[in-house]
Design a protein around this ligand. Sequence first.
Ligand SMILES: CC(C)(COP(=O)(O)OP(=O)(O)OC[C@H]1O[C@@H](n2cnc3c(N)ncnc32)[C@H](O)[C@@H]1OP(=O)(O)O)[C@@H](O)C(=O)NCCC(=O)NCCS
Length: 131
Amino acid sequence: MGAAPGTHPDREPTLRVVPLPADVNQHGDIFGGWVMSQVDIAGGVLAAQRARGRVATVAVNSFVFKQPVMVGDVVSFYAQIIRVGRTSITVGVEVYAWRNPTDLVSLKVTEASLTYVAVGPDRRPRPVPVE
Ligand SMILES: CC(C)(COP(=O)(O)OP(=O)(O)OC[C@H]1O[C@@H](n2cnc3c(N)ncnc32)[C@H](O)[C@@H]1OP(=O)(O)O)[C@@H](O)C(=O)NCCC(=O)NCCS
């Protein structure tokens, strides 16, 4: 059986969100900054799980907006760990949208790569625990 529309073929989303009218720009499309914020949250959830604690975003390595996101889309964020360094964790996030429930379409809207650093209570880098 194939994947449901609007979902990644073989993974559960880390985050699923519906943008609201407050998140649009003057043209009626969703702000890129809204998408970036949700991507950072989704990537941070996964990085914090792997780091078993607090992380800080140190870099946005790449970010591509392939398609606009619209009010009412159901937006799913699929995060996966790309690389684990000594204190850093690089996460790839793919974003898919469900649109038009009466005749559902599925679109890959964004893909991004971000790097997080495991930090301690002093906010300084700490080693990522061995799995
Ligand atoms: C994250 C932070 C604690 C790292 O401190 P730092 O002294 O720069 O750390 P280091 O130079 O020791 O680097 C730590 C790790 O980050 C990696 N790193 C640093 N800069 C990077 C960059 N531009 N891109 C990718 N990785 C980077 C290093 O390679 C290192 O990884 P490794 O240990 O796996 O080899 C510090 O930069 C910080 O507090 N930044 C602000 C974080 C923040 O507030 N984010 C939210 C933005 S509002």
